[in-house]
Ligand binder design. Structure first.
Ligand code: SF4
Ligand code: SF4
Length: 219
């Protein structure tokens, strides 16, 4: 699979949006407090229209209750690429030190929470086509703008359906689950934003909201 020889560009370039399902799944699996890995990222007013298509936006009373926020995974400094950030769960090793012959002198980058990674990570780079019915691969290598820093570039080559051989069925199921979870989280946002409270109240709110619904334990 192409990702095993990549430096994890997608885990560095983006802030990963998490749904309520992802937040609770990671918290429960890793036994971590939610604020230790979730980052509430403020959204500028002129970004709202664009971001609303892929992100779910919430308001809180802690600061300015008219401001919108995304829930994302926290980032930390990268040791492999000083001066850049990476997802806090991305693990980095020097392949030379690990004597990893296939990688020569490159970096080995792996998701440290692969089994409970967010749905956005599990489906990347696949997405639904414009009809909203069929999953496809948009190919980040050719379609995403190249960045001046190599850490932020995506995929060492074009991704094709061959890269999904053996896992296509799981990918389609995960895309369907992701759609369901984003829809559920959006419905929560609609309700919450009418009567916003503090961020700490929000974490209690989602624990209650998800405690009595039909839920998928594995992705
Ligand atoms: S959770 Fe894993 S796959 Fe997702 S951005 Fe972080 S390191 Fe990458
Ligand atoms: S940037 Fe592309 S190849 Fe690299 S980890 Fe992400 S999806 Fe995989």
């Amino acid at each position: 699979m192409i990702c095993s020889v990549c430096h994890g560009g997608c885990c560095r370039r983006y802030y990963v949006d998490v749904t309520g399902y992802d937040i609770l799944n990671i918290s429960k699996t890793l036994m971590m407090d939610i604020p230790s890995f979730v980052y509430t990222l403020a959204v500028e007013d002129d970004e709202i229209e664009l971001l609303e298509q892929e992100s779910v936006l919430f308001k809180f009373t802690d600061d300015n209750c008219e401001k919108h926020y995304r829930f994302c995974l926290k980032k930390t400094d990268s040791l492999a690429y000083p001066g850049t950030l990476k997802c806090m769960f991305l693990q980095e090793w020097d392949a030379k030190i690990l004597n990893y012959p296939e990688m020569n002198d490159k970096l080995i980058a792996r998701c440290g929470i692969y089994g409970c990674r967010p749905l956005m990570c599990a489906t990347f780079p696949t997405k639904y086509d414009l009809s909203g019915n069929f999953g496809f691969i948009p190919d980040p290598y050719t379609t995403c703008e190249k960045k001046s820093h190599p850490a932020l570039n995506l995929c060492p080559r074009s991704i094709t359906s061959e890269d999904f051989r053996g896992c296509a069925e799981d990918t389609i199921k995960t895309l369907a689950l992701q759609r369901y979870e984003i829809k559920f989280f959006r419905a929560m946002a609609e309700y919450w934003n009418n009567y916003p409270k503090s961020i700490n109240d929000f974490y209690n709110f989602i624990q209650n909201a998800y405690s009595n619904r039909v839920s998928c334990e594995e992705t």
